[in-house]
Ligand binder design. Structure first.
Ligand SMILES: [Fe+2]
Length: 325
């Protein structure tokens, strides 16, 4: 009898335990990457004039005359350009990446339940979307964003999407990862991303790609075996614009003026991942990869079995300004 009561009691309490552990809301994509730029006019000439995007809005920063400028890729993705005067000249150019959820507050509660440091409440940012910052195990700043119907992102839906855009999608963002296991736990176990490919050009693993749970975008872990130089950070931290035909995209870019001081794009090549690509560089040296979605011959490239580099401490992260954009 006692046993039966005990069993009944455990059956009755089970759903309650389940109801009390917060569930992760959907993560639908990579919303943006934010970079510091030394000269906003030159940066805009690169992202707007050269890559062909448009800026739907900007907001003033604390320093008079300086702005945070949005470069729109599509209705849900953008690049944010922050004035570099807000960090030291030697600082890395990547400020943060952002992932989109359909419930930022539920995500905050969920992350807290997993032991991730989160702010005490979900704020609404200056452009009317819910957002806040968290840190990944490597010190990368990750913004959680939920587009609100009254926010500026939704307000400009269907606008600022000119035919001049070199690409209509940002397939991934590349971030430094010195501790693969910790990052797999964070992005995989906690955020629900799934590994879609891993590869490397040498004896050690170089890249691991993890796709968001409810969309096609992915983060690319950029593994490293020694502390990166600043030069290394500029090319490791990157965004990738997806195009159907890289040769055609390259030919189009050759017809456009590269802003003064920008490094000439690399020649088209086929990567270790079997995909044709071109690397372009903004005036600060930040790499903007342009790549096709499939392999050059349509055959899948098997994932590498190479071991990851031994874990390293996080590279020196940037100081995070208080307010999320
Ligand atoms: Fe990449």
């Amino acid at each position: 009898m006692k046993i039966r009561v005990l069993i009944l009691a455990s059956i009755l309490t089970l759903p309650l335990i389940g109801a009390n552990s917060p569930r992760r809301p959907r993560i639908t994509g990579i919303a943006h990457a934010a970079f510091y730029v030394t000269d906003m006019a030159k940066a805009r000439a690169f992202y707007e004039g050269y890559l062909g995007f448009q800026s739907p809005f900007s907001i003033p920063r604390k320093t008079p005359g300086e702005s945070l400028v949005w470069i729109k890729i599509n209705d849900r993705q953008s690049v944010e350009l922050f004035p570099a005067s807000e960090v030291s000249p030697a600082a890395d150019r990547l400020y943060h990446i952002a992932i989109e959820t359909d419930d930022a507050e539920a995500m905050r509660v969920y992350l807290q339940s997993k032991g991730i440091a989160v702010p005490p409440k979900t704020a609404i940012g200056r452009i009317g979307n819910k957002n806040y910052f968290i840190k990944d195990p490597n010190g990368n700043t990750v913004e959680i964003v939920e587009y609100l119907p009254e926010g500026w992102t939704r307000r400009e839906q269907g606008k600022f999407l000119p035919d001049t855009r070199i690409a209509t999608r940002m397939s991934h963002v590349g971030i430094m990862v010195g501790q693969l296991d910790a990052s797999l736990k964070f992005y995989g176990d906690i955020l629900g991303f799934t590994e879609i490919w891993r590869g490397g050009g040498g004896k050690l693993l170089s890249w691991v790609n993890l796709k968001v749970p409810d969309g096609a975008d992915y983060v690319e872990f950029m593994l490293y075996d020694k502390p990166p130089t600043r030069e290394g950070l500029l090319t490791k931290h990157h965004i990738c614009l997806e195009v159907a035909d890289v040769a055609q995209a390259g030919a189009l870019l050759k017809t456009r003026a590269l802003p003064a001081g920008s490094k000439t794009p690399d020649a088209m090549k086929t990567g270790v991942n079997g995909k044709r690509q071109i690397n372009t560089f903004d005036p600060d040296g930040t790499r903007v990869e342009i790549m096709e979605p499939g392999t050059f011959d349509g055959k899948p490239v098997p994932p590498s079995k190479a071991p990851p580099p031994p874990p390293l401490p996080p590279y020196q992260p940037l100081a995070t300004p208080k307010a999320a954009s």
